[in-house]
Design a binder for this molecule. Structure first.
Ligand code: DGJ
Length: 740
């Protein structure tokens, strides 16, 4: 890994074994982008990569020069209006109304390691040798503003982390209305745009569309990263598959309003911009103030989507997630939500926990409904004190009873919310986000607290920390169940209201930071009505997230498949729930519900007391299986094999241990068939020379399994004979491979 600077050509080349990223100072002092892709050798001068032919009808920077136009030069962090007509990475409104800027190169530094971003989640290093960071300083002399572009190149990952920082060194107020984290101009548009979109209970479904001239984008305007779109997009070549071809993944380490935009121009060059959504954003930068954008991470893969995902998985698992639980297999939990909803007593909870303990579950999680006047979803949010009518000895008493069972105890909070029917709201009606003299829209009968205000964050912190200090709590599920409307803070002045959405998220991050620092052994799981805020920003604080409120095994195939494109298996909260399923009312076999949930953090969302003896036996086996293999599942190398988005009948994925001696292949069939054809799935990541025993019976060499494939054919319906694995609708199987 090295970051080269060639003074004679003012060229920067960031290069490790996998990737090269090259940029240079342009004739007008601004920064140009030359190349991002597979590693190429370094040289003193890459000027020949600049595309500066004359283009009729462009506007040109220098008088008499009909070549240098920003209209068709690839740029690093562009502004609009000085010959470039595409959408910019930055825009600053100045006191005289002008929005024109000209940031030119001043200096740069190259340092070992990676500095933190104050108040924001970001990837990090533990040792200086792991990465190098280049900081380029540019200045707009007219307004006295400084721009720092930061690039971190990791030694062991095909990844570059980027962010930008603005400093007002002038004497006048400035307003930042665009401050993107990343801009990447690519030389052609022969790409497909892949994004992960959906809705509540249908999160992160993969969508693929061809790039064409014009703008395509995904965004959030809801105050959270959202169920609707994820702050992760891919540009891939049309021929790229899971196993071959170029792909670039763009991931924003942020949990609020974002924009990921792709613009293809007249000459078929492609501009990717990603960052805080400029829509509704207006950040006042008074003299001497600075603004730090969130971080964006770009991953390049020359050999397919799995390779790109594996880079994200390892980087985010090891150098974005933090703390005690980062590298530890996750406890198998039971959560009472779908078992009881709001209808529980302490004894009922203990009986659910007791049954789960008997079957091998390690952690009992008490979900919504334990606090204030919360007996339904109309009251109580904001009052983080146990309801004595439900829990006579409070959380401390219940936690103690769970502890006596030999289990860990976990607790649900929704820290950012308030109900009108709560002591908190009665005492502080101005603490909710709403616009004066206008109706405050509710979502699930609740309102969003104004986390831009320090006293609000402090008050919630005090209530949560008190419980965590007093009771033995090992896990927190941090929920967030509505979007922000009527965005306005009673505390912010008029010319800072455009800062609300970002300041809100900074408040959320601050609360997470304080709680995770004071209670480092508590495992945090993020949640937002399921997967409404499943993003890298929260992964920094909470190493796992409840992936979706849809717990149906078949629905989960798409959700977990899409989620795995960026996020590691150790981060994907996945549980077995009852049938008929509470979201789609589908009946699937208990085996399949577990076979899907195994590829995640694993747990149960039901009352095991209500299962039959045979089902309990199965559950015990599932828990034993997870305990045996969770380290490999959660921290091994994950491969997607058959996509539920391309194939309506089958899904397959697998995970391989680091030493390649163990592999698990999850194979899922939707509808049963009669007398079906033989089917094979080609495996990946095995050692070709190892002989693998499949399900304890037959032995195959790794090369056979990878080149010929694993026979997945079952005893298809009709007339199965003895010894065949019987098949039914929604059937599945996890093949276990051990090298002999
Ligand atoms: C939404 C979450 O996604 C559910 O798992 C559950 O915690 C409910 N909220 C509780 O209100």
């Amino acid at each position: 890994m090295h970051i080269f600077y060639h003074a004679s050509s003012q060229t920067f080349h960031l290069s490790n074994d996998a990737v090269s990223y090259i940029m240079k100072v342009l004739p007008n002092g601004q920064l140009g982008q030359l190349y991002f892709g597979k590693a190429i050798r370094d040289r003193e001068n890459f000027d020949h990569l600049l595309e500066m032919n004359h283009r009729p009808m462009s506007a040109y920077v220098f008088e008499g020069n009909l070549r240098f136009s920003l209209d068709h030069v690839k740029q690093e962090y562009p502004s609009y209006g000085t010959t470039d007509f595409r959408h910019p990475a930055l825009e600053i409104v100045q006191p005289n109304g002008s929005r024109i800027t000209d940031f030119t190169y001043v200096s740069h530094t190259i340092t070992a390691g990676k500095p933190a971003l104050a108040g924001l989640p970001a990837t990090y290093t533990e040792h200086d040798e792991e990465a190098q960071t280049l900081t380029i300083v540019l200045r707009d002399a007219v307004i006295g503003a400084e721009l720092e572009l930061r690039y971190t190149l990791f030694a062991d990952y095909a990844a570059i982390a980027r962010s930008a920082r603005f400093v007002n060194r002038g004497a006048l107020d400035l307003h930042l209305t665009h401050a993107m984290s990343l801009n990447l101009d690519l030389p052609d548009s022969n790409y497909e745009f892949v994004h992960f979109s959906g809705a509540w209970a249908r999160e992160r479904h993969q969508k693929v569309r061809r790039l064409e001239q014009g703008i395509q984008s995904v965004e959030s305007t809801r105050g959270t990263s959202s169920h609707n779109h994820n702050p992760f997009v891919i540009l891939k070549r049309p021929e790229t598959t899971e196993f071959s071809g170029e792909a670039i993944g763009f991931s924003l380490v942020y949990s609020g309003n974002f924009l990921a935009q792709i613009e293809v121009d007249t000459w078929d060059t492609t501009r990717v911009t990603m960052g805080i959504n400029p829509f509704q954003f207006d950040w006042k930068l008074a003299p001497n103030e600075s603004f730090q954008t969130p971080e964006a991470v770009m991953v390049y893969a020359a050999d397919g989507l799995n390779s790109m995902s594996q880079t994200f998985h390892k980087l985010y698992q090891k150098r974005l997630a933090r703390g005690y639980w980062r590298d530890r297999p996750r406890p198998i939990l039971i959560n009472n939500w779908e078992a009881t909803y709001f209808d529980f007593t302490e004894d009922k909870l203990v009986s659910i926990a007791q049954a789960a303990k008997n079957d091998g579950v390690e952690l009992f999680v008490l979900d919504d409904g334990w606090f204030g006047a919360r007996c339904n979803d109309h009251a109580g949010l904001g009052d983080w004190v146990a309801n004595p009518h439900r829990l006579a000895r409070g959380i401390t008493g219940l936690a103690q009873r769970i502890d006596e069972l030999g289990m860990k105890f976990g607790l649900w909070f929704e820290p950012e919310m308030v109900n009108e029917d709560s002591d908190l709201f009665r005492a502080h009606p101005d603490w909710r986000i709403c616009t004066p003299n206008r109706r405050a829209s509710h979502g699930r009968n609740q309102f969003v607290l104004d986390f831009t205000r320090q006293e609000v964050v402090d008050a919630i912190y005090d209530m949560m920390a008190k419980i965590l200090r007093e009771a033995k709590v090992s896990y927190i599920k941090w929920d967030m169940n509505r979007c922000i409307t009527e965005a306005f803070s009673a505390k912010l002045p008029a010319d800072r209201q455009g800062e609300l959405f970002h300041r809100y998220i900074l408040g959320v991050y601050q609360l997470y930071e304080r709680l995770t620092s004071e209670f480092p052994h508590v495992l945090f799981e993020s949640c937002s009505s399921g997967g409404g805020r499943f993003d890298p920003g929260l992964l920094y604080y909470a190493p796992q997230g409840w992936a979706s409120d849809d717990s149906d095994a078949i629905e989960r195939l798409k959700i977990q498949y899409g989620t795995s494109m960026c996020y590691p298996i150790s981060s994907i909260g996945s549980h077995v729930s009852v049938v008929p399923n509470h979201q789609v009312f589908r009946v699937t076999p208990l085996e399949t519900r577990a076979n899907v949930a195994h590829f995640g953090t694993f747990g149960y969302e039901l009352d095991l007391n209500k299962l039959t003896a045979d089902e309990r036996e199965l559950v015990r086996g599932q828990i034993q299986f997870m305990k045996q293999y969770r380290e490999i599942i959660q921290f091994g190398t994950f491969y997607r094999l058959i996509s539920p988005f391309d194939n309506s009948q089958f899904t397959a994925w697998m995970v391989v241990s680091e030493d390649k001696k163990t592999a698990l292949v999850g194979y899922y069939k939707i509808l049963n068939e009669v007398n079906g054809p033989y089917r094979r799935v080609k495996l990946h990541g095995l050692n070709p020379d190892f002989s693998y025993c499949v399900d304890g019976v037959s032995a195959h060499y790794g090369d056979e399994l990878m080149e010929v494939g694993l026979l997945t054919t079952d005893g298809s319906a009709g007339q199965p004979i003895e010894g065949d694995r019987e098949s039914k609708d929604f059937d599945s199987h996890i093949f276990v491979l051990h090298a002999e």
